[in-house]
Design a binder for this molecule. Sequence first.
Ligand code: NAG
Ligand code: NAG
Ligand code: NAG
Length: 475
Amino acid sequence: MGSGLVLMHLTQFFVGLLLFSTDVRAGPLGGMVSIPLEKAGRELSPGLPSAVLHQQYANRGIRRLAHMKGQPRPSDLDLWGKISNRLSSLPKDSEFMRKLEIAALSDPNSLSSRKFRHLARATNGDDSSALPSPASYPNSLGLEIQSNDYGYYAKLMIGTPPKEFSLLMDSGSADFWVGGEGCKGDNGQDCGNHTYLGLNSSTTLKDLHDPWAINYNTGEVSGSMIQDDISIAGLRLSGFKFGVAFKESPEFTGNEILFDGLAGLAKSAVSRQRTMTLVEALHKSGVIKNSIVSFKIPRLADHKNDGEMALGGMNPAKYDSKSVVTVKNLNRIGFWETPINEVKIDGKPSGWTNRTGVLDTGTALLMAPREDVDAIHSRIPGAKQASGSWTVPCATKTSLALTIGNIDFSIDPRDLAFIPADDSGKDCWSGIGVGTVGPFHLPTTWLLGNTFLKNVYSSMNADEGKDEISFAKLR
Ligand SMILES: *[C@@H]1O[C@H](CO)[C@@H](O)[C@H](O)[C@H]1NC(C)=O
Ligand SMILES: *[C@@H]1O[C@H](CO)[C@@H](O)[C@H](O)[C@H]1NC(C)=O
Ligand SMILES: *[C@@H]1O[C@H](CO)[C@@H](O)[C@H](O)[C@H]1NC(C)=O
């Protein structure tokens, strides 16, 4: 055991030396390892009106916020109602509305037809009790209920001989799974052009004969718990306990899905597989110094490809050490939530001193309750409200800053201008969406998605007795 550990540290040292200048970076003996983080999103249905796309992003945020605050899951009906509301604000003679009508006429029983009839009813002010049951939304118009912009993935090696897997790094769960050999989709088809793990491909894999299942948006993913070896940037973790999936829901099986499984980065308190997270296991076995995961979220507009996830600590190369603040994690369930001490718009305080923000690398937008979103935008020059949501000038220079500890973390105005609202390029849908969850509408809870997270170095610490979050300005 002792000599194994020394050997491991030596290996870590030499691997660190070997790989230091390539794009896989290992900190020699520093107890920290970092790997590139890449965008896992795919472009959704070109041709979809941007108002709908914006709502799909907001709907994803609403779902995830409910999950991470232990609130009832917003129903498909609720979320479809929000999409429908955005659709009803489009000109009736717009190309998309014409397409929707044609789809409805050509197949009166199709989902888009039922949606169209509902929409017609809703816009005529009838009650919407006869909504379709939107079990799934596979139609050519791309009218899905929420966006499939998953966030970011990173690559790890699993098994013997080691194979490379791309894993979605998910702050909204604490489970770890990859597709298993022989994996089947909902209709019995295979699980797509992905890398799989199983007894046929890994000699170190041990089947624990313990089933697991997790419900995602489009259905259940289920399989068996196993143990196998993982290596990250050359550091090896033996006998890690995780899941292989024999059945995957449609959101994971497509050839266009860029990842082969998920790595949950919340705390094991919310593990549905009832086991340690990757970060906790790496820490427990001494591979990393602290049970810490840190993020530098890349901004595509920067064209730098500089996203990075560090395990075990914070990577000094990525943040300004004079700007570090550390706060207590306020989330009682096992996700990550920071106090927000003040919100400033162009340097002027709003007087809001009791907001909190749930951190989510799996949501694009920053989400807040309507009162806050309205108050913020009413102070952004040129911002306009449209069907309940806001646009800002695409060239806005307004700076919005969240004060955490005593540091102001400002959001780059480019991130406030989320996507163009029309072809003119003048107005953009805002990076701040409207959303609140639960019967009591948590009036002070925000969701800090990538609109905010791209602007900070963030780091979550699950060490025994710690439960802290640190933020720092990016270098
Ligand atoms: C494993 O390999 C055997 C022999 O080639 C094959 O019959 C079996 O279908 C494979 N199992 C899976 C799950 O791919
Ligand atoms: C399958 O994935 C590989 C590597 O990720 C890629 O090179 C190949 O083009 C993909 N094939 C299909 C049919 O998508
Ligand atoms: C939070 O601040 C708002 C003002 O922004 C105030 O109305 C509310 O009472 C405060 N809530 C608590 C729990 O302090």
